[in-house]
Ligand binder design. Structure first.
Ligand SMILES: NC(=O)C1=CN([C@@H]2O[C@H](COP(=O)(O)OP(=O)(O)OC[C@H]3O[C@@H](n4cnc5c(N)ncnc54)[C@H](OP(=O)(O)O)[C@@H]3O)[C@@H](O)[C@H]2O)C=CC1
Ligand SMILES: O=C(O)[C@@H]1CCC=N1
Length: 271
């Protein structure tokens, strides 16, 4: 099993990872994190028992450093990390849009970097993480990251050139499903159901549909057709969704997310 892991920047995804790793069997002594606000650090230590450290300590004690700051905050973090990262440190970036070459330019030659796009369902062991090696990352480094992340969900390897698309699909993906669920709950309110009832109906329908997708292996079209009775209720709703261009809206939305991921990377491109 991988030695100690340090999360650099324990915000939403960093906390989700710490929490998922602990639930998945990691011991608190194997984990540490850095945070720039002492109140946030104290809150996390109180909640999980994990130690807050500085970057120098993280680099000295942890075999894997997981960078989880906002892309806009990467430069000061790299400045802090550069004097301490060596070829024995594995740097794992969770940051949307940031290429491994950005890290390689800022850190000593030979420091292995793996780019990862995870998602927040890691808190319940159901993350989807896609990983890509940088120039100095070997198969062994990828295996370390796979082992680490498989505790909190599924892991796939993709070429780094696909990471902006992955970010738009599965990185941001949970937000689209939450948005849909939120809108469907509102529809229940519109139809006069009590909020608690509407929430229960929609959340369990979402869980049921997701479980069918995962467990039956059937294509979503087949599963949807099985719900759609001739001249029934579902087809009336589908007609409205098509009329309002929901499919086209999703295509545009995900393309916009991909474009934003590319933009975040380019903001740090010196050329
Ligand atoms: N949220 C998500 O679902 C996903 C996020 N990501 C990626 O993960 C990264 C973090 O996102 P998210 O968790 O949402 O963002 P957050 O802002 O919630 O988390 C980042 C945390 O890092 C802290 N921080 C910033 N700079 C430093 C520093 N130099 N040293 C220590 N701590 C620092 C921030 O403090 P402060 O509050 O002051 O800013 C904040 O607490 C992003 O790059 C994002 O693209 C990837 C996949 C999914
Ligand atoms: O919204 C974002 O930029 C991050 C990256 C993927 C999910 N959340």
């Amino acid at each position: 099993m991988t030695d100690s892991i340090a999360v650099l920047g324990a915000g939403k995804i960093g906390e989700a990872l710490l929490s998922g790793l602990l639930t998945g069997g990691r011991r608190v002594e194997e984990l540490m994190f850095t945070e720039r606000h002492p109140e946030r650090a104290a809150e996390l230590t109180a909640r999980y028992g994990v130690a807050a450290v500085d970057v120098a300590t993280a680099a000295k004690e942890a075999a894997v450093l997981i960078v989880a700051v906002k892309p806009q905050d990467i430069e000061p973090l790299l400045d802090e990390l550069a004097p301490h990262a060596t070829a024995d440190t594995l740097v794992v970036s969770l940051c949307a849009g940031l290429p491994t070459s950005l890290y390689e330019r800022s850190l000593d030659d030979g420091v292995p970097v793996v780019r990862v796009m995870p998602n927040t369902p890691m808190v319940v062991g159901e993350a989807m993480s896609a990983i890509s090696p940088g120039r100095h990352a070997t198969n062994d480094h990828l295996a370390v990251v796979e082992e680490l992340l498989s505790v909190v969900g599924m892991v796939v390897r993709v070429p780094e050139s696909q990471q902006d698309a992955v970010t738009a699909l599965s990185g941001s993906g949970p937000a689209y499903f939450f948005y849909l669920v939120e809108a469907m709950i509102d529809a229940g309110i519109l139809l006069g159901l009590p909020r608690a009832v509407s929430e229960k109906l929609i959340i369990q329908s979402a869980v049921g549909a997701a479980t069918m997708l995962a467990k039956t292996g059937e294509h979503p079209v087949i599963l949807r057709e099985a719900v759609t009775s001739p001249a029934g209720t579902t087809i009336m709703a589908i007609r409205e969704l098509e009329k309002h261009g929901v499919r086209a809206a999703l295509l545009d939305a995900i393309e916009a997310a991909r474009d934003r991921s590319q933009e975040l990377g380019k903001a740090h491109d010196p050329s």
